[in-house]
Design a protein around this ligand. Structure first.
Ligand code: ATP
Ligand code: MG
Length: 332
């Protein structure tokens, strides 16, 4: 049986809204609202949903980088990482305690330009985690960087170049090499191909897939685009306004979406599932509410064609559906 590598349990993340001349807290954004999900060793879990639904917030909470980057953030729940020394809840760990686990969980970002220091050469960028997390010699580090660059499809000569000298796809390869340098168990990939040309997207995705089997990596793969996520994920989790509305086996969710929101997302995929026609496409109407004034009950009810009075009362729990996945709608 597959063993869990990461268990997110009842994760809640609230950002502070600051205002006034004295910059005091004037409100809160409930960006992630009680989410639970697991990632097994070697598995890919796809996390999808519209802009602002909280995907990046989940990604950052898992890496425990929110406290350092979002002043006043409140995090609840648990992020249990099953390390070689047993399970540990990462969420409450401070900077120093987190160091022991940083190498195990690496992140790659949507915009490799913003995440790569423009003043560092590619060698310095890829070598940096090795300096921070290992005591390898200069020579050993050099060899590792050279073989990593080659492995991700760059030339050893690229090591002395700077990020701005590369194309978007090549920059993402540098980001991947950096993440791989310390042998992570889990890579959190936050929209790693969204900023790339379509032709380059598939090259980078193929690289990620090859590396997965070679290095035994697990991925949390964040994306807007369900057609991308569906191809590479073992399981899919669909988010809407901070909540998980559906989760399960990738094929089950893609072929038989069992939450109206997932149905709408999948019907928007340019190559519809066999059997459905363009006329079947679901067009979502109504404004997307914001996490600041989230609707009561089911957050999707203001745009849902199946909504009824009960949906205003309480959030439907995730329940098992015929095709095996869990979905938070009793009406599908
Ligand atoms: N540092 C922050 N401070 C305050 N609010 C934030 C912060 N970061 C994100 N938010 C808000 O939290 C909500 C979730 O944002 P998040 O970036 O996690 O969404 P996302 O699903 O990754 O969106 P996208 O697809 O656009 O990347 C949004 O309403 C966003 O405006
Ligand atoms: Mg995001």
């Amino acid at each position: 049986m597959a063993s869990p590598l990461l268990e997110v349990k009842n994760l809640v993340v609230r950002y502070a809204i600051w205002g006034g001349i004295l910059r005091h807290k004037v409100g809160e954004i409930r960006a992630v609202d009680d989410i639970s999900l697991t990632i097994d060793a070697g598995e890919t879990v796809g996390l999808v949903g519209e802009s602002g639904c909280g995907k990046t917030t989940v990604a950052k909470a898992i890496c425990n980088i929110l406290k350092a980057t979002a002043p006043g953030v409140i995090e609840q729940g648990e992020v249990i990482f099953h390390s070689a020394n047993g399970p540990v809840n990462l969420l409450p760990l401070g900077r120093a305690e987190m160091r022991a686990h940083r190498a195990d969980i690496q992140m790659i970002f949507q915009d490799p330009f913003a995440s790569l220091n423009p003043r560092m050469t590619v060698r310095e960028i890829v070598e940096r985690p090795l300096i921070v997390h290992t005591d390898k010699s200069r020579k050993a580090r050099r060899q590792i960087v050279d073989s990593l660059l080659e492995r991700v499809g760059l030339q050893p000569a690229d090591a002395t170049r700077y990020p701005h000298e590369f194309s978007g796809g090549q920059r993402q390869r540098v980001g991947i090499a950096r993440a791989l340098s310390v042998h992570p168990k889990l890579i959190i990939a936050d929209e790693p191909v969204s900023a790339l040309d379509v032709s380059v997207q598939s090259q980078v995705i193929n690289l990620l897939r090859e590396l997965q089997s070679e290095f035994g990596l697990a991925y949390l793969f964040v994306a807007h685009d369900l057609s991308v996520v569906h191809h590479i994920s073992d399981r899919i989790a669909v988010m809407y306004l901070g909540n998980l509305v559906e989760t399960g086996d990738s094929e089950a969710v893609y072929r038989h979406p069992s939450h109206p929101y997932s149905q709408a997302l999948i019907s928007a995929v340019p190559h519809p599932v066999a059997g459905s026609s363009r006329e079947d496409r679901i067009k979502l109407t109504g404004e997307i509410p914001t996490p600041v004034n989230k609707p009561s009950g089911c957050p999707f009810r203001t745009r849902c064609w199946l909504a009824r009075e009960e949906c205003e009362q309480s959030l439907p729990p995730l329940q098992q559906k015929e095709s095996g996945q869990l979905a938070a709608c009793p009406w599908v």
